[in-house]
Design a protein around this ligand. Structure first.
Ligand code: NAD
Ligand code: ZN
Length: 346
C-alpha cells in the first residue's frame, strides 16, 4: 500500500509498504480520509527521529473496517468510523475515570500513544488500530468525519471544561482560527450563548470565523488585549481559548482574561504565560483566573462532536487533497494557505 512516511527529521515521502498485519484485538481500517493537523508540522520539524524505522503519520483518521481481529467482539467488516486518538492503557486511575486523554501509563506529563506519533498512523491506504479505539460515525462523510478525531475532539474538550464560564452575557475569545479554531467557534455557538471574539493574523481566517458564528473578529497583534478589554467594559473575557500557544498569544490571554476567567492553552507553540504571585494592580493576571493545558479529549467528547456534525451544527471547512499530493498540502499549511482543515484521501 502507499503511505506517507516521516523518514528523517523534516523529510516526508510517499512509500510503498506492506499492508499492516493485525493482532487478535485489532482492526484493519481501509482509510477513507485523513486530516492534516498543525501538530504534524510540529512533528515534521522535530529535530530528532521519532523512531528508527520510517513512521506513517496521520492521527485524524476515518475509514471502513476491512478486517477484524480474532478476539474482537461486536465489530463487523464494513462498519464506518473514526479512530479515537488516545491509545491509552484503559486500566489506570484516569482511564477508569473516563479521562483517557491524561492516561497515566506513559508518565505524568507524557501523552498516551497516538497513531502517527509513535505507532503508524492513517495517511495511508490502511491502518492497524486497537479495536477499542474505533468510534462509529453512521453515514457521516469521511471528509467531515476525519477532523472530528482531533480538531473537534480537542476543541470540544477545552470548551466543555470551561462551560461554567460561558454564561449568557459572557465573552469567549478564540485565538487562531485554523483547523481547530474554526471548529471551536462553531462548538461555542452550538453549546452556549456567549459572545464569541475571534482573533487571527489573516483576514481570510477572520472571514471564516464570521461564517462559523463569531460575533466580533480582531486582527492579532500587540493591541488586541486592549481591544478585548474595551469590548468588555474593562472586565476582560470570561474564557480565552488559545489555539496558537506562542508567547504573544499567551501574553494576550494574560492581559485580556477576566477575573475568575479561564485561559485554555491548546496550541503547542511553547509559549509561557506570565502568571505571577504578585499582588494585583495594573495589567497582568487577574484574581481568580485559571490556566489549563488541554490535551485531546475523552471518548464522550468525541461522541458529542460526531453528534454535532451529524446534526448539522458543526461543518468543517475542508480543503481536499489526494494522498499523492500530501507534500503540497503540507507546504500550503506551512505557508498559512489552508482555510479550515486540509484532508488527504488515499
Ligand atoms: P492551523 O495551522 O490550522 O491554524 C493555526 C491558526 O493560527 C492559523 O489560522 C494562523 O493564522 C493562526 N495564528 C498563527 N499565529 C497567530 C497569532 N500570533 N495570533 C493569532 N492567530 C495566529 O493549526 P491547527 O491544526 O488548528 O492547530 C493549532 C495548534 O493546536 C497547533 O499548535 C497544534 O499543534 C495544536 N494542537 C494541540 C492539540 C492538543 O491536544 N493540545 C491537538 C491538536 C492540535
Ligand atoms: Zn492533532
Amino acid at each position: 500500500m502507499r503511505a506517507l512516511q516521516l523518514t528523517d527529521p523534516g523529510v516526508i515521502e510517499i512509500r510503498d509498504v506492506p499492508v499492516p498485519e493485525i493482532g487478535p484485538s485489532d482492526l484493519l481500517i481501509r482509510v477513507g480520509a485523513a486530516g492534516i493537523c498543525h501538530s504534524d508540522l510540529h512533528l515534521l520539524h522535530f529535530p530528532v527521529k521519532m523512531r528508527e524505522e520510517p513512521l506513517t503519520i496521520g492521527h485524524e483518521i476515518a475509514g471502513t473496517i476491512e478486517a477484524v481481529g480474532s478476539e474482537v467482539d461486536g465489530r463487523q467488516v464494513g462498519e464506518r468510523g473514526i479512530v479515537y486518538l488516545c491509545w491509552s492503557c484503559g486500566v489506570c486511575r484516569e482511564c477508569i475515570s473516563g479521562n483517557e486523554n491524561v492516561c497515566l501509563a506513559a508518565g505524568r506529563t507524557a501523552m498516551p500513544p497516538c497513531p502517527g506519533l509513535g505507532p503508524d498512523g492513517g495517511m495511508a491506504e490502511y491502518v492497524r488500530i486497537p479495536a477499542r479505539s474505533f468510534v462509529p460515525i453512521g453515514d457521516l462523510d469521511f471528509l467531515q468525519a476525519a477532523p472530528m478525531a482531533d480538531a473537534a475532539l480537542t476543541s470540544y474538550h477545552a470548551i466543555r471544561g470551561a462551560k461554567e464560564h460561558l454564561r449568557p452575557g459572557s465573552t469567549a475569545v478564540v485565538i487562531g482560527v485554523g483547523g481547530l479554531g474554526h471548529v471551536a467557534v462553531q462548538i461555542l455557538r452550538a453549546l452556549s450563548a456567549t459572545r464569541i471574539v475571534a482573533v487571527d493574523l489573516g483576514q481570510d481566517q477572520l472571514d471564516l470565523a464570521k461564517r462559523c458564528g463569531a460575533d466580533v473578529t480582531l486582527e492579532s497583534g500587540p493591541d488586541t488585549a486592549r481591544q478585548i478589554l474595551e469590548l468588555t467594559g474593562g472586565r476582560g473575557a470570561e474564557a480565552v481559548f488559545d489555539f496558537v500557544g506562542v508567547d504573544p498569544t499567551a501574553q494576550m490571554a494574560v492581559e485580556s482574561v477576566a477575573p475568575n476567567g479561564a485561559y485554555r492553552m491548546v496550541g503547542l507553540g511553547g509559549g509561557v504565560p506570565g502568571v505571577t504571585a504578585d499582588p494585583a494592580g495594573g495589567p497582568g493576571w487577574p484574581w481568580g483566573a485559571s490556566v489549563r493545558k488541554s490535551y485531546g479529549g475523552t471518548r464522550s467528547d468525541l461522541v458529542d462532536s460526531i453528534a454535532l456534525a451529524q446534526s448539522g451544527r458543526l461543518t468543517v471547512e475542508v480543503d481536499r487533497f489526494d494522498l499523492a499530493d500530501a507534500r503540497a498540502a503540507f507546504d500550503r499549511l506551512e505557508a498559512g494557505k489552508i482555510r479550515g482543515r486540509a484532508v488527504l484521501v488515499p
